[in-house]
Design a protein around this ligand. Structure first.
Ligand code: PAF
Length: 282
């Protein structure tokens, strides 16, 4: 399978397929694909006729001190992984193709983008929302698949598609995990052999939080404190946040009720890892 590199060519290919009545599945990625990405491609392939995967390390979503230059890249291996998971097309544009001139138009999704990752990385979600809007405009009518691992991103993209009346149905897919529960992420390669087993504490803490809620705990601070203590028992862990919030607004309420999401962001050495889990209170 060859990678398409221009917007015009991708539009032409997709329009040609849509003219025959084919439905399009779209999986946006920044490459260095792992089993988590492949599960999105497989879900798209099961539900649509033609799957396109975009591979683009989007400079707009990296702050100057972040890992844009060192972000792992391997287009040949990615193309093979896409093919193996059932994709028909890979779209791998250059930065010049996507941003031929300075970007004056950016997309900001209010409320849901402000806390958590938005607070830790103030320019990140405008970069994500801008490139996703652009990709939705390039790909056109489709079902677009996003992982629940980046839960805040999923919430933002869902809202963006609705607010902008994009001809796109956003589909959230479950997080794929290593055998010890660590969420798969391209950034896991940054973990040292010493840090790697400790990183499993993130998922353990989230499960602990959900178990406490399931057993009747409704005090948000108590749930958050228990999750934090579990992660901080690992010597290499530096917690950025660990919270229990409303799953739509991602805002905290003192008493937990309804649909709750527990989310964490934790640094282990040079790796900053995120994970989350949902629980319904009836
Ligand atoms: O989740 C990612 O890999 C990126 O944020 C996305 C959605 C592909 C936009 O660059």
């Amino acid at each position: 399978m060859r990678a398409i590199t221009t917007i015009a060519q991708l539009r032409h290919e997709l329009d040609t397929h849509r003219a025959t009545g084919a439905t399009v599945g779209f999986v946006p990625t920044m490459g260095y694909l792992h089993a988590g990405h492949q599960s999105l491609v497989r879900a798209a392939a099961a539900e649509t006729d033609l799957v396109v995967v975009s591979i683009f390390v989007n400079p707009l979503q990296f702050a100057p001190d972040e890992d844009l230059e060192s972000y792992p890249r391997d287009l040949d291996a990615d193309t093979e992984r896409c093919r193996a998971a059932g994709a028909s097309l890979v779209f791998a544009p250059t930065v010049e193709e996507m941003y031929p001139q300075p970007v004056w138009t950016t997309v900001h999704v209010g409320v849901v983008s402000e806390a958590l990752e938005g607070a830790a990385r103030p320019t990140h979600f405008d970069g994500v929302a801008t490139v996703v809007s652009k990709l939705f405009g390039i790909v056109g009518p489709c079902r677009a698949y996003f992982g629940e691992k980046d839960f805040q991103q999923l919430a933002i993209v869902t809202r963006l598609a609705a607010d902008l009346s994009a001809p796109v149905e956003v589909v959230g897919c479950p997080t794929v995990r290593e055998s010890d529960g660590l969420a798969m992420s391209s950034r896991n390669v940054y973990l040292t052999a010493e840090e790697r087993p400790q990183a499993a504490a993130i998922n353990q803490a989230l499960r602990l939080g959900c178990d406490l809620i399931r057993s009747g705990e409704r005090d948000r601070s108590a749930v958050e404190a228990a999750m934090r203590a579990h992660i901080e028992a690992q010597p290499a862990a530096r917690v950025d946040y660990v919270v229990a919030v409303d799953s739509t607004s991602l805002r905290p309420t003192d008493r937990l009720s309804g649909s709750v999401r527990v989310l964490a962001a934790v640094r282990f050495g040079s790796a900053r890892l995120i994970d989350n889990m949902g629980i319904e209170i009836s």
